[in-house]
Design a protein around this ligand. Structure first.
Ligand SMILES: [Zn+2]
Length: 114
């Protein structure tokens, strides 16, 4: 269950930013979620509804979720390709010598203050 942990991370991080930047209210938070992070956006939205009701600052805050495309790099032909489409085998040279560059993480991309 990554989703609830993600929500608490978002709340903690944004609360710190609000103090640092002296923000009173946040109207929306945009979260980028990697395609292969194992996080299900629908669950994030549900948990957000549940968690924000208990917060002091985020009662009205909307959580926007953007998908971050997964990209894999091939160590043999030095090219990148979309992970979801081709998996672990490079479509250019068919090498299995590849690693994930992005797509396994989540980041707070944007915060909109009121
Ligand atoms: Zn390759």
């Amino acid at each position: 269950m990554h989703e609830l942990g993600t929500i608490y991370y978002v709340i903690d991080t944004v609360e710190k930013l609000m103090v640092e930047h002296d923000l009173k209210k946040v109207s929306s938070i945009t979260l980028e979620v990697g395609e292969v992070s194992g996080i299900i956006p629908m669950y994030l939205t549900e948990f957000w509804e549940y968690a924000r009701a208990k917060t002091e600052h985020f009662q009205q805050t909307e959580l926007k979720i953007e998908e971050l495309k997964a990209v894999t790099y091939c160590q043999d032909c030095k090219q990148t390709y979309p992970t979801m489409q081709y998996g672990k085998e490079c479509p250019h040279c068919h090498s299995p010598n590849t690693f994930l560059v992005t797509g396994n993480e989540y980041n707070i991309k944007e915060i909109e203050a009121m």
